[in-house]
Each structure stands twice: as C-alpha cells, then as structure tokens.
Design a protein around this ligand. Structure first.
Ligand code: FES
Length: 184
C-alpha cells in the first residue's frame, strides 16, 4: 500500500455550484450535493477537502466512478487527474465496485511471519477469487493492505474496516459465515 505521495496540487477557481448531469450522480441533486459543496469549502487544506468529498460520494455511490472523480474535482477546484492520484493513493477509496463486505488482508512482514500467507491463501480458496476481485454473489471483495497496526494479533485482516486477528482457518470460516448471515 505504500505509494509515493501525490505531488502538490494546482488550485483552480472553485465554482459556486455544480450540476452533476450523469445518470448515477443525478440523485445527488437532493441532499448530498449541498453537503458535498459544504465539505469542499470546509477543511483545513485542499487534500482534506477532496478526501472528505470522495468519502461522502463513495458512501452514497458505493465507489468512485469517473463521473464522481470529475465531480470531486469540480467541487474542489482540482483537476480530475489530481483527484485520481489521491483516490488511488488511499486504500479505502474504491475506484471500482466492491462487494458488500470488503476484506483487507494485511500483507506486511509480521503477519507474513505468522502464516499470513497461509491465511490469505485460505481466504482466496474459500471465496474462489483472486486478490482484488469480488465474489460473483457480490458479498465479498478481497484487497491487500499494509500493516493495520494489529501486529500483536497477527495474522490480521480488516472486514469492513474492523480489525480481526489471531486468525486461523476456523476463525476465517466463522467470520465469513457471520458476514453471510449479514450480522457483520
Ligand atoms: S504486520 Fe499485519 S497487522 Fe502489522
């Protein structure tokens, strides 16, 4: 996940308001658009503003498509390329559709030493997908993540941003079942 930080952003004039025209963004004209415009104005710096806008858009749309990136750019005065750089920098911003349960698998060294590789392979086998993919029923997406700060419970994963550690195949099965039951 360690990526080079994006370069400094050129600032453009921010429009007073925007009118998203695309089909997915059409529904934003109700309550979210004013909220996005507010987020684009608040915040201590441009980066913070655009990240807030992206998360708000993702919460509504499920992920950031090209239209959403363009809207975030328009709202904050950044270019779509700059927003794209930030979107791909942040692990928890998704540029493609994800499943109902997003599992981030730690691929850093401590987890690897504690059989994280075996746990990853077990997860891939149980879900029958490759890293980065979503199951055909739309329930699970598997993504890699670097250390999540749960090393004392390695191997560890995040499910919908909540940490689970001391993993074993049995524990993985229980967690997946809980997700399937919709109680995760
Ligand atoms: S190395 Fe996996 S949680 Fe730290």
């Amino acid at each position: 996940m360690q990526k080079a930080p994006p370069k400094a952003f050129a600032k453009k004039a921010v429009p007073a308001s925007v009118s998203p025209a695309g089909p997915r963004l059409h529904s934003l004209n109700d309550t979210l658009l004013p909220e996005l415009e507010k987020k684009a104005k608040e915040g201590d710096n441009l980066r913070e503003k655009v990240v807030d806008v992206m998360f708000a858009l993702q919460e509504r749309l499920g992920y950031l498509d090209d239209e959403a990136v363009e809207l975030a750019a328009e709202l904050t005065g950044m270019t779509p390329v700059e927003v794209e750089e930030l979107a791909t920098f942040y692990t928890f911003i998704y540029r493609e559709p994800v499943g109902k349960n997003v599992i981030h698998v730690c691929d850093s060294v401590i987890c690897a030493m504690e059989d994280g590789t075996g746990i990853t392979e077990y997860l891939l086998g149980r879900l029958r997908i490759r890293m980065g993919e979503t199951t055909s029923d739309g329930l699970f997406t598997l993504l890699p993540v670097c250390c999540i700060g749960y090393c004392d419970h390695a191997p560890a994963i995040l499910i919908n941003k909540k940490a689970y550690g001391d993993l074993s195949p049995e524990k993985i099965d229980r967690l997946l079942e809980t997700c399937r039951e919709g109680t995760e």
